[in-house]
Design a binder for this molecule. Structure first.
Ligand SMILES: O=P(O)(O)OC[C@H]1O[C@H](OP(=O)(O)OP(=O)(O)O)[C@H](O)[C@@H]1O
Length: 384
């Protein structure tokens, strides 16, 4: 049996498309038309103060590379608010059928990265890990984890996603491990984990499986002593009551027994408002669904110039555009042929020429994360 996965070959050669692009190609070839066009990928036409974080540019570059196209793009990790994030110039039939996958790459990845930035900004000084790959189709696990890292989260859980990204996944123990040792035998589970895993794995004991969190946390600390890095509380929603109070009680109990070096890591159904509420009492967070289940950004691809003439469908803005970041963090959209605002930085930069990624266009995760952090600060994204 095969998985329901559209493979890389179908994406690259363009059968991963909507059928109407097949019809369009057939019709244009029949009519002998293949105009030179400029098309832009845009979410909102005008800035409205709601920034989003761009991701997926690397996959877009992989899709469009090797073709006779000139592509300009906003680099991954930049925040945007209205106007194009990508511009493609070429014969229309060179890329018509790629629109479906191109928009999917950018839309899904940017939605996830934006949600991850919400989380990052909610707890800027806490350890925050991405746990949400379990909620999505495994074929996009690397997209989730790249988005998390681009937004500045500190790590992620998906092993194969990490292999795609060239980064190592992190994690300690699930409830299943503790359950396998049985009720009343949590010490055995924590002890066996400590004996079994490599020294590089932080000893984080899951302390909510059978008994009271404060009780289990103390037992874990007494079992592993100085080797215990942290306890993880993943108290299920139906038993949670006042999670902040539970965390403070665990902290109190650990401190009262001279285990003040043991950190408290919490997870389970958390989003930005929870992190704001808990960031002063917890040392770290695992966030899953809030990031991985984010709505995709509503990108569209629109032709804005054909054979040198400005054009657009109704409701879209004709003409080739540039987007700018001003020193105060503002985002501006203007025609590419006109001057931008004073001291503004143009954000659309050459991405592909002659089928190759332009040498200084850095598609790496670290560069993207640095841009995201800088932009979020300058735009005041998510500051409360
Ligand atoms: O709720 P999210 O933010 O999406 O977080 C993802 C999951 O991580 C935690 O599971 P855990 O690692 O404890 O797994 P387990 O319950 O299967 O042991 C938590 O219980 C969530 O189910």
């Amino acid at each position: 049996m095969e998985f329901d996965i559209v493979g890389p070959d179908a994406i690259r050669e363009g059968s991963a498309t909507d059928a109407y692009f097949d019809r369009t190609e057939t019709t244009l070839r029949h009519a002998g038309r293949n105009p030179r066009v400029i098309a832009e990928v845009t979410a909102d036409q005008f800035p409205d103060g709601c920034y989003e974080l761009l991701s997926g540019v690397r996959d877009a570059a992989a899709l469009l590379s090797g073709r006779d196209l000139a592509v300009d793009a906003v680099p991954p990790g930049r925040l945007f608010d209205g106007g194009p994030v990508m511009r493609i110039e070429g014969d229309y039939l060179e890329f018509a059928r790629l629109e479906t996958s191109l928009l999917g790459f950018l839309s899904h990845a940017s939605g996830i990265a934006t949600a991850a930035l919400d989380v990052r900004r909610a707890a800027p000084d806490s350890l925050v890990l991405s746990f949400g790959a379990r909620h999505v189709h495994p074929s996009i696990a690397a997209v989730v984890e790249r988005g998390a890292l681009t937004a500045g989260l500190d790590g992620f859980s998906h092993v194969a996603g990490g292999e795609v990204l060239g980064r190592e996944a992190g994690g300690t123990m699930p409830h299943a491990l503790v359950l396998c040792f049985g009720r009343g035998n949590q010490e055995e589970a924590w002890q066996a984990f400590d004996e079994a895993v490599g020294p590089e794995v932080p000893r984080v004991a899951l302390c909510d499986t059978f008994d009271d969190e404060a009780d289990e946390a103390l037992r874990a600390a007494e079992t592993l002593g100085d080797r215990l890095d942290s306890v993880r509380l993943d108290t299920t929603g139906s038993r949670r009551g006042d999670f902040r109070h539970i965390i403070r009680e665990v902290r109190w109990t650990l401190d009262a027994h001279d285990h003040d070096g043991v950190g408290i890591f919490v997870s389970g159904g958390l989003g930005p408002s929870d992190l704001r509420d808990l960031r002063d009492v917890a040392d770290g967070f695992g966030v899953g669904g809030y990031v991985s289940n984010a709505d995709p950004v509503d990108f569209a691809l629109d032709i804005v110039e054909i054979d040198g003439d400005s054009v657009s469908k109704r409701g879209k803005l004709p003409g080739v555009k540039q987007v700018y970041r001003t020193p105060d963090g503002g985002h501006h959209v203007g025609l590419a042929g006109e001057a931008g605002p004073d001291d503004a930085e143009p954000l659309l930069r050459p991405l592909l020429r002659d089928g190759e990624v332009v040498a200084d266009f850095d598609l790496g995760i670290d560069a993207a994360a640095e841009r995201a952090a800088r932009d979020a600060e300058s735009c005041g994204y998510g500051s409360e």
